[in-house]
Write a protein that binds this ligand. Structure first.
Ligand code: PBG
Length: 332
């Protein structure tokens, strides 16, 4: 549809910008608390709030504190919280067995949150990197990140999370065939209501740096993730990945990182019309916070503007470390 504009001065497009009321009236896209998924970092111990140096304002939280945060998020109306474990380096192995340990940090956190804050959806991360001595999302065999064996492990990990009460499974590993394998296993084991939000178009990005610090994977990672994560030059491929994941049974799809890939968000939403999410990743958060700390930008304004951009691009929601701050602002 092509917008029609009368000739000047019949049309003065500034008219609807004249007042706050008029601007509110004609705004095409809005950000609401319902659009937010809050990623949090869980670590062991009690009463720990350990700042992540490269992500000012973000903490690695012990279980008791994560439960408090989940309750707070629920009270703020945030629909979902997403758990990422900071795993004790001693538990990282080549066989990644900790990934499907029913009592690993993530699974303990899922149970504790479902118990204390039953109305917030709990999303998980499915990938081997927090448990892998090589820091990769799949098994490494003779230098190669192998696909099919990794998928088998990811299915075990998925089932352990579903048994703990996860509402949304978030495969971030980028192996081929994982969505179908996970969906089949979930149906077979009676978890037909557990959703999958697939990290379908996840790029091999420099924006993940601070996250790898947060989960303690930076030191561990050998090499890069370019043989499984996407090449930043591609966007047709993102559509093929999304289509494939939807056909394998993904309920929702994700583009990641966010701001640098808004074109991909838009293409995905307009092509498939499926629930589409973007991940405003750690590096995006760090850049906004660093500039704000220097007094170079207004933190609140840029935070809100950056998130509204995802709505304009067509996203249904955003994973963002700003979630509680945004919710507080929007609830005011
Ligand atoms: C790992 C994973 C990553 C992120 C989410 N899950 C990092 C990576 O792929 O190396 C990044 C999130 C962020 O940067 O905020 N499976």
């Amino acid at each position: 549809m092509k917008p029609t504009v009368a000739p000047f001065p019949a049309a003065r497009l500034r008219r609807t910008r004249t007042t706050h009321a008029l601007r509110n009236l004609v705004r095409e896209n809005t950000l609401t608390v319902d659009d937010l998924i809050w990623p949090v970092f869980v670590r062991d111990g009690t009463d720990v709030m350990e700042p992540v140096a490269s992500m000012p304002g973000v903490m690695r939280q012990s279980l008791d504190n994560v439960v408090k945060s989940a309750k707070e998020a629920q009270d703020l109306g945030i629909p979902a919280i997403c758990l990422f474990p900071y795993t004790d380096p001693a538990l990282k192995t080549e066989d990644c067995a900790e990934a499907w340990n029913p009592d690993n940090l993530t699974n303990q956190a899922i149970r504790a949150i479902k118990d204390a804050a039953p109305d917030i959806a709990v999303m998980t991360d499915v990938a081997l990197d927090p448990y892998n001595i090589n820091g990769h999302d799949g098994f490494v065999v003779e230098g190669e990140i192998v696909n099919d064996r990794s998928v088998e492990a990811l299915v075990k990990m998925t089932l352990a999370q579903a048994r703990s009460g996860a509402d949304i499974i978030g495969p971030s590993d980028m192996m081929d065939g994982r969505i179908g394998a996970m969906r089949r296993a979930l149906e077979e084991k009676g978890f037909s209501n557990v959703s999958i939000l697939s990290y379908s178009a996840k790029y091999a990005s420099g924006y993940y740096g601070p996250f790898r610090d947060a989960v303690g994977a930076s030191g561990a990672l050998k090499g890069d993730k370019k043989t499984y994560q996407m090449d930043p030059g591609n966007s047709d491929e993102a559509l093929r990945l999304v289509e494939r994941d939807l056909q394998e049974g993904a309920d929702m799809v994700m583009v990641k990182p966010g701001i640098a890939y808004l074109d991909v968000c838009h293409r995905v939403k307009t092509t498939f019309g499926a629930p589409t999410f973007a991940y405003q990743v750690s590096g995006e958060y760090a850049m906004i916070m660093a500039a704000a700390q220097n007094g170079w930008i207004d933190k609140e304004q840029v935070m809100m503007e950056s998130l509204l951009a995802f709505k304009r691009a067509g996203c249904d929601g955003i994973l963002t470390y700003f979630a509680p701050r945004v919710a507080k602002l929007l609830n005011r």
